[in-house]
Design a protein. Structure first.
Length: 254
């Protein structure tokens, strides 16, 4: 348990399923108040109901992270309901394989809009509230497929470009927000067993090839990413900012 998270207000995007849902449940279990945000109000409410059944506090908010008005409304609702914003987990994202020469401008724009522009809009809106209170933490979900210190992957040029952008954005925001007592870090997950990675599990050859590159020889669990999110948003990581924490079962060590 992270006792210092009790009473904190956390916004989690892409929270209706997968890693975002796991993050939301983990925050609630540790006493935080959670804004469960995603494109489906109904599915967000299902997560909220689960949290409330366990005696937690949460709010469901429909939010398209590419829409500035909806992002600002999400933050507004968080403040109106819980009085502040202490934590933002930028998790909403998409990942669709497509060969580079077959990729359309629309494919590229949609991925960059959700995966990178969405992080910009959410960090800006939540950051304004955090600056007022001179405290806060932001965690951006990147990926091992981010180039540079990570790697590239065929068929994911748009995705890798967006995740590389997230890594750069994280480091820059850490510098800009440090004087306001706000820490900004990123997590770079490897192969995680979530709905987004369903195709990896359904094709035996793809699964076998993926596991062969992972020293721990298994896919990660959404809860294992949530554990890292809890650490990076708690006082246990009080001297960490601008970091990209790789959680990949050793994939990048190969």
């Amino acid at each position: 348990m992270y006792e210092d998270l009790k009473g904190k207000v956390a916004i989690v995007t892409g929270a209706r399923r997968g890693m975002g849902k796991a993050d939301s449940l983990a925050f609630a279990k540790n006493g935080a108040k959670v804004v469960v945000a995603d494109i489906s109000q109904e599915e967000c409410q299902q997560v909220v109901d689960e949290i409330k059944k366990a005696s937690g506090e949460a709010l469901a908010v429909k939010c398209d992270v590419t829409n500035k008005k909806e992002v600002e409304e999400m933050v507004k609702q968080a403040v109106e309901k819980f009085g502040k914003v202490d934590i933002l987990v930028n998790n909403a994202g998409i990942c669709q394989f497509k060969p580079f020469l077959e990729m359309t401008e629309e494919d590229w724009a949609r991925t960059l809009d959700i995966n990178l522009k969405g992080y910009f809009l959410c960090a800006q809106a939540a950051g304004r509230e955090m600056v007022k209170q001179k405290s806060g933490t932001i965690v951006n979900i990147a990926s091992v497929v981010m180039g540079q210190i990570g790697m590239g992957m065929a068929g994911l040029s748009h995705y890798s470009a967006s995740k590389g952008g997230i890594a750069a954005l994280t480091k820059t925001l850490a510098l800009e927000f440090a004087s306001s007592g706000i820490r900004v870090n990123a997590i770079a997950p490897g192969a995680i067993d979530t709905p987004m990675a369903a195709s990896t599990k359904t094709d035996p050859k793809i699964l076998e090839g993926t596991l062969a590159m992972i020293p721990l020889h298994r896919m990660g669990k959404a809860e294992e990413i949530a554990n890292t999110v809890l650490f990076l948003t708690s006082d246990a990581s009080s001297y960490i900012t601008g970091a990209i924490v790789v959680v990949d079962g050793g994939w990048l060590a190969m």
